[in-house]
Design a protein around this ligand. Structure first.
Ligand code: PLP
Length: 534
């Protein structure tokens, strides 16, 4: 039976790989594939007569798979911010499935899994410039893998809630000592807190979901945009007022920094100076600073050259946060479901997530905590392994180069929108005015850098937001692109009007070729619209 199982898996892995050899891979399934797959689904009256593994897998490969999104295989899928999967990550993920370990308890004599997880987390801290991740004065001892940025935002607000309430608890005479132990209602009553507000600017929708999950409520999330022109930026003066007012009125605060904002890729708090001010305010008023860095934090892993200096500068200072959300399945190009969460102290995570009174789950006094006591799940997938594989395989240089290609393509498209395509399209938000001419020369700067500085596109990370100038074309633009079957972009709204968003997030990006691909098609769409009115 074992040999049979082996042979079966070998054969099917080969067939799975054969499935993905069509080039170019279409970004979306055809309408026919969707209809066929839909009509093949068993009716609810199905008697569940066994099909057997061979017929079942044939069904999956020939009917279901062709009706799935091709985002992982297509080089021209620019929707949402999906990321793709590096081959080494996919291979590692297959190993995870093959061995199916549950990484929940640190059992050093039985498995290396928890140590691999921790090694991956420490490497990530280094990659993102968040510290050394070991030794004396170790930072970010609270660290774990999650199912994605949404889950990491839940952890962030849960930790923030634990801390901002905990600071106001005296815990004497049997009074509540923590939210984790006594619950939000009792802890807040004892602390004299009547509300916990989450201050943000263009916070990702999952932040509101997280606020609901941890009992703060979606309405606790308050937008404090700097201006109508730069709504993604956090108004720090307004934050200061809200913190001061909150303190006087029994309102505790969590500040959630969008780094970056999902429509524009821009940063809510720019650089060391603004983060320093925010840190100071949070310390003064006992607030918690959470950074939602799902994809934006990877700006810190770009090459340290003049080409990316402005962008890296925007992401500086994020290390001053109390907690940080990082996505793995987006820019790091590992499979779903992979997110990462960092917070300064492992004790904050324990306070929220520990399993009480489960002696069979207790572990040694090692510095590696059992994951089940620091995160949402008990049984959990070994999702650290693909991350570990990518970090080892690509190294700092390889990851920097992959990220650089994404940024170069996005900037190339943005630059085309403000130059050659500018009669028909408009980059959003308008790029900042070019800096005054300077005599300084940057010897390390490539052509991309020089270009970016002239046209203001050096604020572009890997998201390009734009619209067609013609209102009719603008209404139809996203559908036209998606309908072509060749490439895929997301629609969104900006300033109340439809807008189109290109997110470059796949390792497959080839800068020159893809730039040509996108700009040619945008030009053609505008030309045909003018010629045919259609
Ligand atoms: C994608 C994203 C999320 C949600 O992440 P998931 O991985 O889909 O759960 C949260 N915040 C930001 C800024 C994002 O870009």
């Amino acid at each position: 039976m074992d040999a049979d199982a082996d042979a079966f898996l070998k054969e099917w892995y080969t067939r799975i790989r054969a499935l993905t050899t069509t080039t170019p891979a279409p970004p979306l399934p055809t309408a026919t594939a969707l209809t066929t797959a839909r009509s093949s689904l068993p009716p609810s009256s199905s008697l569940l007569t066994p099909l057997g593994p061979t017929a079942t897998l044939s069904h999956l490969l020939t009917t279901i798979a062709p009706a799935l999104s091709g985002h992982n295989l297509s080089a021209h899928y620019y929707g949402f911010v999906t990321g793709a999967t590096l081959p080494v990550a996919e291979a590692a993920d297959n190993l995870v499935s093959a061995l199916d370990n549950s990484v929940q308890v640190h059992l050093p004599t039985q498995s290396i899994a928890t140590e691999v997880e921790d090694a991956a987390l420490r490497l990530l801290l280094r990659l993102l410039g968040l510290g050394e991740g070991e030794g004396e004065g170790e930072e970010w001892t609270g660290r774990t893998f999650t199912t994605g940025a949404t889950a990491s935002n839940v952890l962030g607000l849960a930790c923030g809630r634990e801390a901002v309430v905990g600071r106001r608890l005296k815990g004497d005479d049997g009074a509540p000592t923590s939210t984790g132990e006594h619950g939000l209602l009792a802890a807040c009553a004892a602390a004299g807190i009547r509300e916990i507000q989450v201050l943000t600017s263009m916070g990702h929708s999952s932040l509101s979901k997280a606020a609901s999950v941890v009992g703060l409520g979606r309405r606790a999330v308050k937008e404090l945009p700097l201006s109508a022109a730069e709504p993604w930026r956090l108004d720090l003066d307004a934050v200061e007022r809200a913190l001061a007012q909150g303190e006087a009125q029994g309102v505790a605060s969590i500040v959630a920094v969008s780094a970056g904002e999902v429509n524009t890729g821009r940063f809510a708090v720019r650089g060391v100076e603004e983060m320093g001010r925010l840190r100071g305010l949070a310390d003064r008023y006992g607030a918690w600073v959470h950074v939602d860095g799902a994809f934006g934090i990877f700006a810190r892993a770009l090459p340290e050259t003049a080409e990316f200096a402005a962008l890296r500068g925007m992401a500086e200072g994020l290390e001053m946060a109390d907690s940080i959300t990082v996505d793995g399945h987006k820019l790091l190009n590992v499979p779903y479901d992979t997110g990462i969460f960092f917070t300064r102290l492992s004790s904050t995570l324990h306070s929220v997530f520990q399993n009480p009174n489960a002696a069979y789950l207790s572990t040694s006094s090692s510095s590696i905590p059992s994951p089940l006591n620091i995160g949402l799940e008990n049984s959990r997938r070994f999702r650290a392994l693909p991350v570990y594989a990518v970090l080892l395989s690509e190294g700092r240089a390889g990851i920097a180069e992959m990220l650089a290609r994404m940024v170069r393509l996005a900037r190339g498209i943005a630059a085309a929108l403000v130059s050659g395509l500018s009669a028909d399209y408009e980059l959003l938000p308008p790029p900042p005015p070019p800096p005054p001419p300077t005599t300084t020369t940057h010897s390390t700067e490539g052509e991309g850098g020089a270009l970016a500085r002239r046209d203001g596109t050096d604020c572009i990370h890997m998201v390009v937001l734009f619209r067609a100038r013609d209102a009719g074309l603008n209404e139809a633009l996203v559908a036209k692109i998606q309908g072509s079957g060749e490439w895929y972009v997301s629609g969104t709204r900006w300033e109340g009007r439809p807008a189109c968003r290109i997110a470059v997030a796949s390792w497959r990006v080839r800068v020159e070729e893809d730039l040509e691909f996108v700009t040619t098609r945008l030009a053609r769409i505008a030309r045909e619209w003018k010629e045919g009115g259609e």
